[in-house]
Write a protein that binds this ligand. Structure first.
Ligand SMILES: NC(=O)c1ccc[n+]([C@@H]2O[C@H](COP(=O)([O-])OP(=O)(O)OC[C@H]3O[C@@H](n4cnc5c(N)ncnc54)[C@H](OP(=O)(O)O)[C@@H]3O)[C@@H](O)[C@H]2O)c1
Length: 336
């Protein structure tokens, strides 16, 4: 089978495509024949090793996948060969076959299109948590979404549209029509000051900031009383656009802002540890999102697919800011 491995920390040059024996499931494990894997900026972030808690190389990138149960180890119940499953795993998705503890897998209807489900497995579950559990937003409130034309950004816009929450989205000009399609008000962050634009609107109730570092202070200043800043990543650091000092001081400022009675809050959010701390919730949320997708209430922006073998090209596409929505890898099993 084919698998992509990051041999050491660094940029995309550390990726290698390898051929290996198909792994055998151990006790309590299930082997999955992967159909599609999500390509996420988080893969680039983990490979860069710039944030604490990054996986130790060698590892396979790949936050999430959809596949078919192919073999079952001993002591496994409530799952059968041939069932379609989805998982959010943080690393390991870029492989034709992989083995996982039964609890890591959510069974989904075999009739569902895996390229649609993979849009939900990471970005929509994370966006749903931030909107409903972190910001606790209601219809009529407002959000500033940075990187609104990307995979995560379009997921935020789509869910907010469904929940009647107003959205502003920073994006480069070429992605403005996509932001508008999802009901967002685009802000051309390369030529406009987003703080000025948002201050004219009397602020927003939540800001989702993936850039990190000094950018967090500008985002925090956009909040109206009662508002929440959510820091989701260190995008600029992963791309070498900001240094370690700036990244760390941005993270420290999140704590600092919460110490003062300014009626605004700031916090980090990371979807994989969140679901790890709340067993069973991921399957429940995914089932809810799939139901809304099937009802036509959600319309994920699937931008582009690449064969698994071209994982490096897919990540290059993402790293270079070309993605308009979600990027996905397809294995031979999906294509046959
Ligand atoms: N914490 C969590 O649970 C969680 C979950 C999922 C994703 N994330 C994070 O969310 C981010 C997006 O991930 P993704 O997979 O959706 O990547 P993506 O599709 O590449 O989206 C990121 C977008 O950010 C835009 N961007 C770059 N610089 C910007 C700036 N200064 N201001 C505003 N936008 C800018 C880029 O588009 P343009 O420059 O062309 O506009 C790019 O398309 C990543 O940092 C990832 O780590 C976090």
């Amino acid at each position: 089978m084919k698998r992509i491995i990051a041999e050491q920390s660094g940029g995309l040059e550390v990726l290698n495509l390898v051929e290996e024996e198909i792994p055998e499931p151990g006790p309590g494990e299930v082997r999955v024949k992967v159909l599609v894997s999500g390509v996420a900026f988080g893969d680039i972030l983990w490979m860069s090793g710039v944030v604490p808690g990054s996986p130790q190389p060698p590892f396979s990138p790949g936050y999430d996948f959809v596949g078919i149960v192919d073999k079952i180890g001993s002591d496994v119940t409530n799952i059968s060969i041939g069932q379609q499953v989805a998982a959010l795993v943080k690393t390991g998705g870029y492989a034709e076959y992989s083995c996982w503890p039964r609890d890591a897998l959510t069974i989904i209807n075999n009739a569902l299109d895996p390229t649609q489900v993979i849009c939900l497995t990471l970005n929509y579950t994370a966006a749903y948590c931030m909107i409903t559990r972190v910001g606790k937003l209601k219809a009529g409130q407002s959000v500033l979404v940075h990187g609104a034309g990307g995979g995560m950004g379009t997921a935020m816009l789509d869910l907010c549209r469904m929940m009647e929450i107003k959205t502003f989205g920073t994006a480069s000009k070429g992605k403005h029509s996509l932001v508008e399609e999802f009901g967002g008000i685009p802000i051309d962050y390369k030529n406009e000051d987003f703080v000025e634009v948002i201050s004219k609107e009397d602020g927003v109730d939540m800001v989702v900031d993936h850039i990190g570092g000094n950018h967090l202070a500008s985002s925090f200043s956009c909040l109206r009383p009662g508002g929440t800043l959510v820091s989701t990543s260190s995008y600029a650091a992963a791309l070498g656009q900001s240094g370690m000092m700036e990244t760390v001081s941005g993270l420290l400022r999140l704590q600092f802002w919460n110490l003062f009675p300014n009626n605004r809050s700031a916090q980090l959010f990371d979807v994989t540890p969140f679901y790890k701390k709340n067993p069973g919730l991921y399957s429940q949320d995914l089932a809810f999102l799939i139901a809304r997708l099937s009802a036509g209430d959600l319309k994920p922006a699937l931008d582009k697919t690449f064969p698994l073998e071209d994982g490096k090209l897919a990540l290059e596409y993402l790293r270079d800011g070309k993605a308009k929505g979600k990027v996905v890898l397809l294995t031979e099993a999906y294509q046959s």
